[in-house]
Design a protein around this ligand. Structure first.
Ligand SMILES: NC(=O)c1ccc[n+]([C@@H]2O[C@H](COP(=O)([O-])OP(=O)(O)OC[C@H]3O[C@@H](n4cnc5c(N)ncnc54)[C@H](O)[C@@H]3O)[C@@H](O)[C@H]2O)c1
Length: 318
């Protein structure tokens, strides 16, 4: 099959593109390199430097589907510069959907996020939970989910929105390097690499076993496998929505302790006050992905996730 991968020079897109290529598919990466890296585009993929907003210049009937990763995804920035998020995430997807319609490309997998749920009333979070995003980033992703539902109903698109929890780990040379970095595992690894003095622990009085926040970490290769399954599971006129997480939570302290064990570095901590809007526990129910996609996470072990991320981080640092 021939797939267009938007955002394939970024973290998740590059790993998914690598998995698509390994499965024998033909891949074109469309990325404007705003937060991605040219060297992130996997060997064997065709690279087009350009914007999703201009997808109609490259998309034609020879494509079997689109995997849409391209987006702005920094929660903090979305609060200070919301219009950038509406313009790129929502505006970009409107143009992409139009380009797909014109080209007759009728299969889409979209990167949605747990941020669409906001602060959950109960955990594990199911897809039927209320969607009350607490920041513009989550709001733009929810708006795109709604747009896709309408596109499926009106124009027969076959689509899936996959709502990722905390994506982590690496796939060989393809891994996470956001700037600024806001995700816990790469931040703790920066301490282990000597790039940061300590790791801030925001709040240690949450109602969790060790008082620190609990999050659901999913290995990026498990996530990629779910995308491949979603490409075959989608049906014309219907919009599949699935959470992607392990269904297991790990606390901030457990992550730090695991990084200490994996890297052999002491990793000093710095106590910091709670951050506004940080729920105590965010864990996915992955039942829908198991049932509808036949997906099973195979790399759920935290030490394995951290170890792959560490290999990648050391490679980048060299
Ligand atoms: N990393 C996570 O934990 C996580 C969690 C939930 C959802 N997501 C979603 O997954 C997707 C990928 O996230 P990531 O962590 O790989 O981010 P990333 O920043 O590494 O990758 C995004 C890529 O999209 C490109 N891009 C952005 N806007 C573009 C545009 N208009 N046209 C062309 N290219 C554009 C960037 O250059 C970058 O290469 C995003 O949609 C994000 O919202 C990520």
């Amino acid at each position: 099959m021939r797939y267009l991968v938007t955002g394939g020079a970024g973290y998740v897109g590059s790993v998914c593109a690598a998995h698509l290529l390994a499965a024998g598919h033909e891949v074109t990466v469309l990325d404007d390199l705003s937060t991605g890296f040219r060297e992130g585009v996997p060997l064997g993929a065709t690279f087009v430097e350009g914007r999703v907003q201009d997808a109609s210049r490259w998309l034609d009937a020879s494509y079997d589907g689109v995997l849409h990763f391209a987006a702005c995804s920094q929660v903090g920035e979305s609060v200070t510069d919301p219009e950038k998020y509406w313009r790129n995430n929502v505006g970009g997807t409107i143009e992409l959907l139009a380009a797909m319609r014109r080209a007759g490309v009728r299969r889409l997998v979209f990167s949605s996020t747990a941020a669409v749920y906001g602060e959950p009333a109960s955990v594990p979070i199911q897809e039927a939970a209320a969607t009350v995003p607490t920041n513009p980033y989550g709001a733009t992703k929810l708006a795109v989910d709604h747009m896709i539902t309408g596109e499926c109903a009106a124009h027969g698109l076959a689509a899936a929105s996959l709502r990722y929890f905390n994506v982590a780990g690496a796939h060989g040379a393809y891994g996470e390097r956001h700037d600024p970095e806001s995700h816990l595992i790469p931040l703790v690894l920066q301490v282990a690499l000597g790039r940061r003095e300590s790791i801030s622990v925001y709040g240690s009085d949450y109602p969790t076993p060790d008082g620190t926040c609990v999050r659901d970490y999913i290995h990026v290769s498990d996530l990629a496998e779910a995308h491949l399954l979603a490409l075959t599971a989608v049906q014309p006129g219907s919009h599949l929505i699935c959470n992607l997480g392990n269904g297991n939570g790990f606390s901030v302290r457990e992550v730090i302790e695991t990084v200490r064990k994996v890297t052999g570095h002491p990793v000093p901590e710095a106590a910091a006050p709670r951050r506004a809007g940080d729920p105590a526990v965010l864990v996915a129910s992955a039942a829908a992905a198991r049932e509808l996609l036949g997906w099973e996470p195979r790399r759920a072990d935290l030490a394995g996730i951290v170890s792959d991320a560490w290999e990648f981080a050391r490679g980048v640092a060299r």
